[in-house]
Design a protein around this ligand. Sequence first.
Ligand SMILES: Cc1cc2nc3c(=O)[nH]c(=O)nc-3n(C[C@H](O)[C@H](O)[C@H](O)COP(=O)(O)O)c2cc1C
Length: 354
Amino acid sequence: MNNNIVNETIKNQLNHRSIRRFKDKAVEPKVIKTLLDVANQTSSSVAMQGYSIIRITDSDLKKEISDICMQKHVSVAPEVWIFVVDAYRNAKIAASKDVYTDYSNSMDRFFQGFSDALLSAQNVMVALESMGLGGVFLGSILNDSQKLIDLLDLPEYTFPALGLEFGYPDENPDIKPRMELELKVFENKYKREEDYGKAIEKYDDIMRDYYENREDNFRLESFSSHVVNMLSRVIEPRVKILNTIRKQGFEFALEYIPENEIKRMYKNLPKEVDEEVFDVSRLGFKSSSSVKEMFEKYPFVKDYLLMINPRFNVLKTITASSDFEKVTLELLAEMGDMPMESLIYMIESRIDEE
Ligand SMILES: Cc1cc2nc3c(=O)[nH]c(=O)nc-3n(C[C@H](O)[C@H](O)[C@H](O)COP(=O)(O)O)c2cc1C
């Protein structure tokens, strides 16, 4: 077939098919626990773990969710999990330290939570398939996101990202072919096709064959006609999705934010983080530590500081002067108009990432 490297993980991944019909068999608690541990160990944007999982065990609730999805199989799937963007928990954690910021509900936070939720869901899919189970993602939970939010009693700063139903497969569909890699993998820069109709012809033929030969065939279409159908389809409540996200308290600030306004926003960063006061930090920094020595040891920290706070632009000139020897972390925090403990914490997190 080809020269791919083969191991158990890759074999399972290349064998992926969405499964929508399941045996009437419960998924064992040990399996559930394993999958939750896999979800939990997934990479997470800036380690904030800005997502949660809601496992739907109530059959009436499953039925209501299946109505939102407009997919009957959801109501009888052994397991239905909803992966939720969750910036509420971290906002509450900060509030418990008397810290309230404008950034707990920003667009950035939303997308961090969204990617965390999706990665965790995919990790679960890979794991469950490796154990002989099968499942399908449910983007259709967003057909009426407000209704789902009400059903799940989701608080502010949360939003449902993706559903996943799974169980023991009671169907064995063919693997659905994907388009040629050349159409979606590029080197260094984006490659535009001159004629997309022509470029997709080969894949269109492959998909027509696939649908013709499929056992429970109810579609007979090429990929292009599938794209046209999907792009022409509008589900009314989905159009309002951004309104619902805003209603959940996320502030997308979709209007252009002038540069000076961004600088003003930085000034409002919280100043007090009472509990975190220390003499020597985890990596051995003190208020009297030399910034020059820190930059020599961790050269990337300077770029990081320039990126996170425009006030640190002063470093561009000061690092070249002889006065730089005297700059301590305490002084640096003053330059950035931020609490020293927060500054050290952020620097250490950046060092951890390297
Ligand atoms: C983000 C996402 C959302 C999806 N939502 C649904 C859904 O709501 N209902 C459904 O039946 N399949 C859903 N799917 C499954 C896709 O239809 C499926 O992955 C695609 O047709 C390719 O088929 P395969 O997974 O069998 O290879 C979703 C997949 C993804 C990645």
